[in-house]
Design a protein around this ligand. Structure first.
Ligand code: ZN
Length: 152
């Protein structure tokens, strides 16, 4: 029976043999564990050529760190997509909701109330999310725009 050392995440016990690559023999050989150097490395001896070397466990910590970085990168990309799709969802649900008043053509002199729809010559159909005395925040299909209104 042979143990594949690379699949283990603990060191083989001292005085036991396990199967791992021998550089000198240039082939997988049984190695005897002479001593544990650290929690993740051991002094081992090839049973054939008797060369002594250090065997180290694969660094799982390093793997985890790079994995986390990868996740973060993916997370950023996902949140960017979510931002776009949530904007689209919000726009669509607002445009589907009943308007409080008539849909009006946007005009700088007209006054728009909150929760009404408007038609902009450049940006298309929009929904007034917030209305201030001189400005309105309008959600269009691509982005939210701040427009001037009620200009007298
Ligand atoms: Zn060897």
């Amino acid at each position: 029976m042979s143990l594949n050392a690379s699949e283990q995440n603990v060191l083989p016990p001292v005085a036991k043999s396990f199967f791992t690559f021998c550089k000198k023999c240039d082939i997988d050989r049984y190695h005897k564990v002479l001593a544990h150097k650290t929690a993740t490395s051991a002094k081992i001896e090839c049973e054939v050529c008797h060369s002594v070397k250090t065997y180290s466990l694969p660094k799982t910590k390093a793997k985890k760190t790079s994995g986390t970085t990868g996740v973060k990168r993916v997370g950023r990309a996902v949140s960017e997509n979510q931002k776009k799709s949530s904007h689209k969802n919000e726009y669509e649900s607002l445009m589907e909701s009943p308007s409080k008043g008539e849909m009006l053509d946007y005009n700088i002199r007209s006054k728009f109330a909150e929760s009404t729809k408007l038609k902009h010559p450049k940006f298309g159909l929009g929904y007034v999310k917030v209305a201030h005395s001189d400005k309105i925040e309008v959600i269009f299909s691509d982005e939210v725009k701040v427009l001037v209104h009620n200009r007298t």
